[in-house]
Design a binder for this molecule. Structure first.
Ligand code: GDP
Length: 685
């Protein structure tokens, strides 16, 4: 803060000149002793700076000084170097503004709530006085510090041939839930991201290696460094990203945390072995992820190869080959000698073309963690897949529970790069902690912002820990209300016949346009893999004539997955139907609230037997449910009729106190009986 007088002195100008300038700029300052705040000073500085820049240009082009430039303190500072610095700063500020917003377009100006004329001028990169004048011509008297509404700002911005857009005010703290909506015109196509899944030993690793070697080697002098678990290859001048996920369960686990990393899944099946349990599992996971599937029948070079059999088996799993009238592309390949790989890549590009995968490279980067490890020397080394936007060296980012600044950025060939585009996998360092595969990341304009978002996320997470939002049958109805059109169900049954029967019956249910989608139906005990799949797919598990062991019960509880058990099909159908209509009866569980031991009996003809008791645990409440236990056997189950302290009837008596208890309709109490009271509570698993 300084007065007009002081400022004039400072910049070697008369007070009158400064007051005139203030008026020109629309600043609310009239007298020499009026104070100028920081924003005003910047405005005045900029105005002076503009004059000087013009002078500077003149001097630069005309080495012979015709006019002695106006002497001022500011001007002395404005050396050629200083100008370059300030210009650079202006450019940097502009970049920052843009990178912090979803739109990176010079033609777009962002409108923030309660924006002032000065702020708009800054966003437009023009003088505030200019805007004040323009507003005046529109009949609006305004100073730089006045706020401007969207409509008027829009007119001003149009005058500069730009468009005004409201700034997105979405809460980016929980960016996993942050749905990015880009303007269609900002989108450009991005390479498809592909993962390969199949039964062990069917050739996933060999296929990944063969594709990489065949398509990377010619561009690299020093051969291939298996740097990261994801890579890009070029086929017919188009990029394809391949990601190696450690297994189906890991893939689905990542998906359960919101990481939709893959666009296309290749199901690999060895032609000499056929469909195996993990092939089926892979298909379940792929179908649940709702991404296009391409089949690769591998090991065609082997004498025992029988592709027809594989095709028949896969058709039975719902993957009907295109040549048989279905819509799944099949490729016969040999991952070992490279046969059929080109066709496979072409098919990937075909599916990509049909699905038009797009992203906006001109926004802050978002994506997922593919892999991460801790290096003794450099700290966490993390493989990220950029899924939208551009990730740059030096970007502050928040990843899962941690944050940091991209210190090094390497591509899949272990080369240092400065930016990574959508669908590009990169290896980064600079994070403060090691995130886990499937964690999402987002980059921010400043490290301060990244730190603050990260802290807010930590707080929110701590709060959420106790209030998990599991999927329960009970909640289905509310989900339907939220626009759910399918109820995902996973069925495990004792025998094949019953799993099929349950599946068929459930699939027939349709309530108000909502139907049941069976994502897996198989025989056997409920396993960890079932829970992982159910969690990722928001599904409930139906156990038919099967019981889980305690470990499975615990992990289902931990994952927030509901398991329901039935031994009669129509009961399962009834429950699901009821849930879909929102009529499901709540599930109750007994909760013991107290117990008392009978010490002495008082018999009255009117009220019956009063049991003089000592409360051992909890409370004994009037009206609560109670059971009488004699020698560890329950002999009566009823309701507490009354509770008395001394001679007064009370509502309840707590632990350590003596009281008189009557049980409704039961007088046959004996000394040393234990009265245990309990409540039925609705359980929210
Ligand atoms: P993964 O477990 O699915 O990753 O399978 P691998 O890629 O490790 O392959 C398992 C075995 O099958 C290895 O010994 C490979 O050499 C072999 N293999 C993979 N693809 C082919 C193929 O196309 N032809 C033949 N003959 N062997 C293959």
């Amino acid at each position: 803060m300084m007065s007009v007088k002081e400022y004039a002195l400072d910049v070697n100008k008369t007070v009158e000149e400064i007051l005139n300038k203030c008026q020109e700029l629309g600043l609310d300052v009239r007298m020499p002793d009026d104070m100028l705040d920081e924003e005003m000073i910047i405005e005045l500085d900029n105005a002076t700076f503009d004059i000087e820049e013009e002078n500077f240009e003149e001097i630069d082009t005309e080495p012979i000084k015709k006019v002695e430039p106006i002497k001022s303190k500011k001007k002395i500072d404005t050396s050629k170097k200083d100008l370059a610095r300030r210009k650079k700063q202006m450019y940097k500020n502009k970049e920052k503004l843009i990178s912090n917003t979803p739109i990176n377009d010079d033609k777009i100006v962002l409108y923030k709530e309660n924006m002032t004329v000065a702020q708009l001028a800054k966003a437009l990169n023009v003088n505030g006085s200019e805007l004040v004048k323009k507003l005046f011509s529109l009949g609006i008297m305004a100073t730089l510090n006045n706020t401007i509404d969207f409509e008027n700002a829009e007119i001003l911005v149009l005058d500069y041939n730009k468009t005004l857009k409201r700034e997105e005010t979405a809460d980016v703290t929980n960016f996993e839930a942050f749905e990015v909506v880009d303007n269609p015109e900002d989108l450009t196509s991005r390479p498809p991201v592909v993962t390969i899944m199949g039964h062990v030993d069917h050739g996933k690793t060999t296929l990944l290696d063969t594709i990489r070697k065949a398509n990377v080697v010619e561009t690299e002098a020093g051969g291939i460094t298996q740097a990261i678990s994801a890579y890009q290859v070029k086929h017919n001048d188009k990029l394809i990203t391949f990601i190696d996920t450690p297994g189906h369960a890991a893939f689905t686990e990542m998906r359960s945390r919101g990481a939709k990393i893959t666009d296309i899944i290749i199901i690999i099946v060895a032609a000499d072995d056929g469909v195996m349990p993990q092939t089926k599992e892979a298909i379940d996971h792929a179908l649940a992820a709702k991404v296009p599937i391409i089949v690769a029948i591998n090991k065609m070079d082997k004498p025992g190869a029988n592709p027809e059999r594989v095709m028949t088996e896969l058709s039975e799993c719902g993957l009907m080959p295109e040549e048989w009238g279905g819509d799944v592309l099949y490729n016969k390949i040999s991952a070992l000698n490279g046969d059929g790989i080109d066709e496979l890549l072409e098919n990937i590009l075909l599916v990509a073309e049909m699905n038009e995968y797009k992203a906006n490279p001109n926004r802050y980067a978002m994506g997922s963690v593919i892999e991460s490890r801790l290096d003794k020397h450099v700290g966490p080394i993390v493989t990220l897949l950029v899924q939208n936007g551009t990730l740059r060296l030096g970007d502050p980012i928040v990843v899962g529970d941690t944050f940091g600044k991209i210190r090094t950025l390497k591509n899949d060939k272990n080369e240092e790069i400065t930016k990574a585009l959508p669908s590009q996998p990169v290896e980064v360092t600079g994070l403060n902690d090691t995130p886990i595969a499937g964690d999402k990341f987002m980059s921010f304009a400043t490290e301060k912002e990244a730190r603050s978002i990260s802290e807010q996320r930590k707080k929110a997470k701590a709060l959420n820990k106790t209030s998990k939002t599991p999927v329960t049958l009970d909640e289905l109805f509310s989900k339907i209300g939220d626009g759910f059109k399918e109820i995902n169900v996973l069925i495990k049954a004792d025998v094949h016949g019953s799993s099929e029967a349950v599946k068929n019956s459930l699939e027939k249910i349709e309530v108000e346009g909502v139907r049941v989608n069976v994502i897996r139906s198989s025989v056997g005990a409920i396993t960890e893999s079932d829970i992982v799949l159910a969690k990722a797919s928001n599904a409930i598990i139906i156990g038919f004539n099967v019981r889980p062991n305690n470990m499975i019960k615990d992990s289902a509880k931990e994952a927030g997955v509901e398991i329901r058990f039935y031994n009669i099909i129509y009961k399962a159908v009834e429950d699901i139907q009821a849930a879909m209509k929102g009529l499901l009866d709540p599930v109750y569980e007994e909760k013991v609230i107290g117990n008392a031991t009978v010490k002495q009996l008082f018999k009255f003809s009117k009220v019956g037997t009063i049991a003089g008791s000592m409360v051992n645990e909890g409370v004994i409440k009037r009206g609560a449910q109670a059971r009488i236990i004699r020698d560890d056997v329950v002999i009566y189950d009823g309701i507490i009729g009354s509770v008395q302290r001394e001679k007064d009837a009370v509502k309840e008596v707590k632990k350590g106190l003596e009281c008189g208890i009557t049980i409704e309709g039961y007088n046959d109490i004996k000394v040393d009986d234990v009265i245990e009271t309990y409540e039925m509570v609705e359980i929210n698993e």
